[in-house]
Ligand binder design. Structure first.
Ligand SMILES: [Ca+2]
Ligand SMILES: [Ca+2]
Length: 242
């Protein structure tokens, strides 16, 4: 290797190892807002599945009748108290899918929730799947399974339909199909009334891709811990005989 080539090589290695500076248009989570997505304070906090407590509700979709990619399995809509799922704007649906669930590795089997967003399976490229909470929740998240070179976006709205936060992540290889990861956000209070879920190819932000989600988890508020007085009251009620 000549000295000039060696110098260029070292410069390339150095450039690759330099920290990436935050862009001015990044929010506090390091996400670059999508054009047209206003960022309304206050920002929410990115969380992992470990940040959910024992009182959280997890929907694994595994009790539903699973089907194939054309959504001949159960359509996921209003089966669950507290949360309603929909795909506004066309005939795209969310459905229990055990074919994809069998191919994908990092999901709870048999089913994933397959989210139609693309004209290869439904009528229109629709931008969002929606989950609406009643009552509003403190935090929400889910495992996502996208095509390769695609991302997953989670948008949070309050009951006044104000956009509170947008988080976009790219997963890591699932090994069975595409990319997977967990995406979740926590608010300062129980104000999350609606979320939008979306996957786009990283090369074309104006297109939308079908994706899957699983183990959709939400928590209305911080989980209460029993006090000693409650425990004592419970013990008394159990042991008192007079
Ligand atoms: Ca699987
Ligand atoms: Ca599942």
């Amino acid at each position: 290797m000549s000295s000039r080539v060696w110098t260029l090589f070292l410069a390339a290695v150095l450039a690759a190892s330099l920290p990436v500076l935050a862009r001015a248009d990044e929010d506090i989570l390091g996400n670059v807002p999508v054009p047209g997505d206003p960022q309304t304070p206050p920002d929410l906090v990115q969380i992992t599945r470990a940040d959910f407590g024992a009182c959280a509700t997890n929907r694994n979709f595994d009790e539903l009748q699973g089907g194939g990619t054309i959504c001949n399995g159960t359509h996921i809509t209003n089966q669950y108290p507290g949360v309603t799922f929909s795909v506004p704007g066309g005939n795209c649906v969310i459905c229990a899918n055990n074919v994809l669930g069998g191919i994908i590795i990092h999901n709870s089997d048999p089913n994933v929730a397959f989210v139609q967003q693309n004209t290869n399976v439904c009528s229109a490229n629709v931008p969002n799947a929606v989950a609406t909470f009643s009552p509003p929740v403190l935090q929400v998240g889910f495992d996502y399974f996208t095509s390769s070179a695609s991302n997953c976006t989670l948008r949070i709205y309050n009951a006044a339909n104000q956009l509170l936060e947008t988080l976009t992540l790219v997963g890591i290889p699932d090994g069975g199909f595409g990319l997977y990861g967990f995406i979740g956000l926590r608010a300062a209070g129980s104000i999350i009334a609606r979320i939008e879920m979306q996957s786009r190819p990283t090369s074309d932000p104006n297109n939308f891709f079908n994706f899957s989600m699983d183990d959709f988890i939400y928590q209305v508020s911080d989980c209460a811990t029993p006090t000693s007085a409650v425990s004592w009251g419970f013990l008394k009620s159990v042991y008192e005989t007079d």
